[in-house]
Design a protein around this ligand. Structure first.
Ligand SMILES: Cc1cc2nc3c(=O)[nH]c(=O)nc-3n(C[C@H](O)[C@H](O)[C@H](O)COP(=O)(O)OP(=O)(O)OC[C@H]3O[C@@H](n4cnc5c(N)ncnc54)[C@H](O)[C@@H]3O)c2cc1C
Length: 368
């Protein structure tokens, strides 16, 4: 139990990170045992400890301090902030546009990699910490951040992630046989992909799309990669290959039609940029095309609260304390960094929880 409590204190999403992190690039990649042989299986050990004790860990909670905090979004960033601030005595309310908590961990990462029941266990433990939830409710619609301050919230956290798919900017992208990865993974059951699925993109999301399509019955699933290697982790690439996904390297789409797409060869110029050899474009039949070339933040909150500013990449502008351009409003996770990882969102949010705590403790006490 002590080990589980240490892991939870260091990373409240330890159970999840033990399953979805790229351990080879992170903990296991830094293990010195790996220099001459195999690294310690840190992911598997962490999973055993954290998973078997998660429901029994004694949650510490300081007495209520009467200060309300609004958390917008319940992905890894929002969950981390909510748990840390609730254990320090703040009264936390989480606003979530979806019906359940988890963000991309629930509505992006497939069940075969991360069982959703883990997120239900988080919900239960967070309720034990006194955290309140408003599911199916988007801030930026009927209520704005300003409305939360009017109601006495002392600080607001934005952890709304990056959910607007990047597009390819080629003809045909609006056709009915084309979908974006983040939309497909949200609820794969409602899509009829057919047998021949072409996927554009080579990151972990593309691997998730391909493996999900195969599990939903598509027989010929091909990933088209612009360069000669994938950006997905070595493990995810290997699992996709084992599942029977085909890979075509140095290829890019130029145009989508109702029955497939035109694919051309690519090469890298002297600066390492990918160049399309459009004259080589050939038609490839496909029943469905899924575009998986990352996401950027949506702008619902920024459109509603004009004080919030974005930087040139389209992510929220924050200072070194994670405070946005709107006083008392903090942010972290993908909405600030752009599409990243679960552990990056947790690590960043741990720091922001300290910054928010410091900020709220420095406010004049009510009635003074
Ligand atoms: C398909 C896919 C697979 C991935 N696989 C991995 C992996 O294996 N390992 C890994 O480490 N990372 C993975 N990632 C990346 C990782 O999931 C993200 O970096 C991480 O979830 C970001 O956390 P977040 O809390 O910033 O945002 P999110 O997880 O995106 O959560 C944001 C939440 O805010 C809610 N929201 C948005 N706007 C509003 C609003 N106005 N009001 C209320 N709620 C709102 C959203 O519904 C969502 O629940 C993957 C990403 C994708 C797309």
């Amino acid at each position: 139990m002590d080990a589980a409590e240490m892991l939870f204190e260091n990373n409240p999403l330890s159970v999840i990170c033990s399953l979805v992190c790229d351990h080879e690039k992170q903990c296991e990649g830094h293990c010195i045992r790996g220099i001459k042989g195999s690294p310690i299986s840190i992911g598997a050990i962490e999973n055993y400890i954290s998973d078997s004790c998660f429901d029994r860990i004694a949650l510490k909670r300081e007495p209520k301090n009467g200060m309300k905090v609004g958390v917008i979004g319940s992905g890894p960033a929002g969950i981390t902030i909510a748990i840390l601030l609730a254990s320090r005595g703040y009264m936390v309310t989480v606003f979530e546009v979806k019906d359940k908590i988890g963000g991309i961990m629930r509505y992006g990462i497939p069940e075969f990699r991360l069982p959703k029941s883990i997120l239900d266990r988080y919900y239960k433990r967070m309720r034990e910490l006194g955290i309140l939830f408003r599911p199916n409710f988007a801030i930026g619609g009927s209520l704005s951040i300003q409305d939360l301050f009017k109601d006495g919230y002392k600080s607001v956290f934005i952890g709304t992630g990056a959910w607007r798919p990047r597009h390819l900017n080629i003809p045909g992208e609006s056709f009915g046989n084309v979908h974006y990865a983040i939309n497909y993974l949200n609820n794969p059951d409602v899509y009829e992909l057919g047998n021949d699925v072409a996927i554009i993109g080579a990151g972990n999301s593309a691997m998730d799309v391909a493996r999900t399509a195969i599990r939903h019955g598509s027989r010929n699933v091909t990933i088209y990669v612009r360069r000669d290697s994938c950006s997905a982790s070595a493990d995810e690439l290997q699992y996709a290959q084992l599942d029977g996904v085909r890979f075509e390297y140095n290829k890019a789409p130029t145009r989508i039609t109702d029955d497939g797409l035109y694919i051309c060869d690519t090469h890298q110029d002297e600066n390492g940029h990918t160049v399309l050899d459009e004259a080589t474009a050939k038609f490839v039949p496909a029943s469905t095309i899924i575009i998986s070339v990352s996401q950027v933040p949506q702008d619902r909150l920024v459109n509603r609260d004009k004080e919030l500013q974005l930087n040139e990449k389209g992510t929220l502008k924050v200072d070194q304390n994670g405070e946005t351009t709107m006083p008392g409003v903090f942010a972290s996770g993908d909405v600030v960094t752009g599409a990243a990882t679960v552990v990056a969102a947790v690590a960043y949010s741990k720091k922001i929880a300290d910054d928010m705590d410091r900020y709220m403790q420095s406010l004049p006490k009510d009635g003074q």
